[in-house]
Design a protein around this ligand. Structure first.
Ligand SMILES: Nc1nc2c(ncn2[C@@H]2O[C@H](COP(=O)(O)OP(=O)(O)OP(=O)(O)O)[C@@H](O)[C@H]2O)c(=O)[nH]1
Ligand SMILES: [Mg+2]
Length: 253
């Protein structure tokens, strides 16, 4: 069994990628369990096999503790941690080859609170990986792109799990733009050039220094363009995960 957490900023495409990758894996005869860890999800583009909303009710928390939606979501994040043993048993009992975990809409609830890494650690003892999403349209601007590199470095620093980096919603940009962003991710020089060209003043200085800081840490963020609408890039995405999780073999033996 391999466990894959899909993480990214709000609206970056986590839930739809979970849905599409689930279908894609099932078509290639893999046995998949889909887990929804977002207690605040109103609708989902897939039917979860394990759903945190069966354990925690955000609206009830709002009523009972007189919390606003964000306060209730923070409380929910900690309550998920309390329930993790039961959730983990439920996942294990389904005995799938691949477990896809869709994480809360607001990434900071999962990535930057104590409960997130605890949940990730306790959700089975099987090998795990993180998929971090860079939203294509958001990443067009080098300043946004660099900020996202920083966020994904922060996520790595929290979980210390192998990480795959995806340029999500790649169907929304022309191919040249997609290639340009992928080029930034492969060649620091190309990104530096874009920063010089498109940014001025303090923004340019900050972006350049932030980028250098990340590269000095030895972190690399090679992006795989993927569309959850057209299925573009799904093969490369799956290969990257197989390489990390199964040493390049299929998930099922
Ligand atoms: N064109 C296109 N749109 C996408 C793609 N993936 C997601 N979207 C759209 O982007 C919006 C957000 O997608 P979600 O999958 O809900 O993103 P999310 O990260 O789960 O969002 P939250 O959980 O609400 O933070 C939806 O309107 C999706 O239809 C994609 O590959 N291509
Ligand atoms: Mg979602």
């Amino acid at each position: 069994m391999f466990v894959i957490f899909i993480i990214g900023t709000a609206g970056s495409g986590k839930s739809l990628l979970t849905a599409t990758f689930n279908e894609w894996l099932k078509e290639s005869k893999q046995d998949v369990t889909v887990v929804n860890l977002d207690p605040g999800a109103l609708t989902l583009p897939y039917t979860p096999d394990v759903d945190v909303r069966d354990y925690i009710n955000v609206e009830a928390l709002m009523d009972e503790y007189r919390l606003g939606p964000n306060g209730a979501l923070i409380m929910a994040a900690d309550l998920i941690a309390d329930q993790i043993e039961r959730i983990s048993s439920e996942v294990e009992s389904l005995k799938a080859d691949v477990v896809l975990v869709d994480t809360p809409g607001q990434m900071e609830l999962f990535a930057f609170r104590e409960s997130g890494p605890y949940i990730a650690n306790e959700l089975t003892r099987e090998p795990k990986a993180i998929v971090y999403l860079f939203d294509s349209v958001f990443s067009l601007n080098p300043l946004n792109y660099v900020s996202n590199i920083f966020l994904s470095a922060a996520v790595y620093n929290r979980f210390f799990l192998p990480q795959v980096h995806v340029l999500s919603k790649c169907d929304l940009l022309p191919k040249e733009e997609v290639d340009r962003i992928v080029d930034w991710s492969a060649k620091p020089k190309a990104l530096e050039h874009a920063i010089e060209e498109k940014l001025q003043g303090t923004r340019r200085l900050l972006s350049r220094n932030m980028m250098k800081a990340v590269y000095q840490l030895g972190l690399r963020f090679l992006l795989i363009p993927v569309s959850a609408k057209t299925n573009e890039g799904m093969i490369n995405f799956n290969m990257a995960l197989e390489r990390i999780l199964a040493g390049g073999e299929k998930y099922t033996y």
